[in-house]
Every structure is written in structure tokens, then in C-alpha cells.
Design a protein around this ligand. Structure first.
Ligand code: ZN
Length: 210
């Protein structure tokens, strides 16, 4: 869980305040791509990379670099549908580009269309980097991710966290295929060897010719 939220000062504050002063219907997530925001976005990224100890907010993997090309600023509630949370400090985190791309614009709010930012873990379908303890929801060891809660399961599938195991053992589109979510989760509910067997069986099904 991230124990700090970014604050805005000086030139950053002016840019944020100018956006916040717009009526909600005039706010667009595209504002994020404005050239004027480049330095501000860099500072947000540096802040969260440090606050997260260089661990991605979704896959929990340590990246041994603070190079900004290896990190994305993540809008936990997506900026396309919820532009009004563009600069909300607790809606921001640092993610690896693969998790960010996998999650994309997936709806993570339990109640769609909220206008004020929720203040509690229970309002989110995803393991929220600012409200949830990763280990409460997901068991993570090396390539293995096992959900402990529905939030953990949602996060594993939304961010495609089974991609590491698939790559490691050369499975393609099997365990992380949401068509098999129920089977994989049922196996995770019992124990790891059964999970491996289930994933093997799914990989076999997928490799059978049509
Ligand atoms: Zn990640």
C-alpha cells in the first residue's frame, strides 16, 4: 500500500488548478497529453516510483530502474471516462507499461460514474494501491499469483498477472484467458499443485487442433 500521495506546488499547482476550475463537462482526459504537462507528469512519476519502492502498483514486481521510459503514470480510475479524477492524488500511481496496457480503460469502480473520489477500499473492484494491502488480496511468489479475494482475482485477470508464468513455462494465452477464469480460480481455491494441473489441462485444450 502506498503511504503517501503526491502534492502539487508552484507551476504544477497552477496547471492543476486551471484544470480543476473547468466545469466537469469540459474536462477531458486528453488534457493529459498536453505538452505543458510534461514536467508535471515527470514529477508525479518520480514521486510514485519512490513511494512504491520501485514496485509496480499492480504486479508488485520490482523494477531495477527509475528510468521514466520503464514506468507509466497510472490512473487507477481511467482518465478517458473519468477526466475529473485526472489529478486526484490518490487516483495516481506508478505502473509497469505491461500492467497499464492490460488494464487499459477497465471499469474499476463498483458504482459507475461517480463524481467524487471514493475514500474506501470497498468502493473498488481492483486491489487499490492506496487503499489495499496487496498481500491481503493476492499471494505472490516469483511467477505465481494466486487470488485470496474477489478483488485479487479481478486484479489478476484485469492486469494479466498470469502472463509471467505463461511466458516462463512457454504457455500461450491459457491461464490468463478469461474464458477459463472459473476453472483457474477453482483450482487456486484448493491448492497450488491442482492449480498447475488445471492450467496444464487448459493449455492442452487450447493446443488441440479445431
Ligand atoms: Zn506491473
Amino acid at each position: 500500500m502506498i503511504n503517501a500521495a503526491v502534492t502539487y506546488a508552484d507551476a504544477d499547482k497552477d496547471l492543476v488548478d486551471a484544470f480543476e476550475a473547468l466545469p466537469r463537462e469540459s474536462k477531458s482526459g486528453d488534457y493529459w497529453s498536453e505538452d505543458a504537462l510534461k514536467a508535471l507528469k515527470g514529477r508525479i512519476k518520480s514521486f510514485y516510483i519512490a513511494a512504491q519502492g520501485s514496485r509496480c502498483c499492480y504486479c508488485d514486481r520490482h523494477q531495477g530502474t527509475e528510468n521514466h521510459r520503464a514506468w507509466d503514470v497510472e490512473h487507477i480510475v481511467d482518465r478517458a471516462k473519468y477526466a475529473w479524477f485526472l489529478f486526484t492524488p490518490r487516483n495516481l500511481a506508478a505502473a509497469c507499461p505491461d500492467c497499464n496496457l492490460a488494464k487499459s480503460e477497465t471499469e474499476v469502480l463498483k458504482t459507475r460514474g461517480r463524481k467524487t473520489y471514493p475514500s474506501s477500499s470497498a468502493d473498488f473492484k481492483i486491489v487499490h494501491p492506496h487503499f489495499d494491502q496487496f498481500n491481503d488480496h493476492i499471494f505472490h511468489y516469483r511467477h505465481v499469483y494466486i487470488p485470496k479475494t474477489p478483488k485479487g482475482s479481478f486484479t489478476i485477470y484485469t492486469c494479466k498477472l498470469l502472463r509471467f508464468a505463461e511466458k516462463y513455462i512457454d504457455w500461450q494465452n491459457s491461464a490468463a484467458d478469461t474464458r477459463f477464469e472459473a476453472e483457474v480460480n477453482a483450482a487456486f481455491d484448493s491448492e497450488l499443485p491442482m492449480a498447475v494441473a488445471a492450467v496444464n489441462s487448459i493449455a492442452n485444450q487450447l493446443s488441440q487442433p479445431d
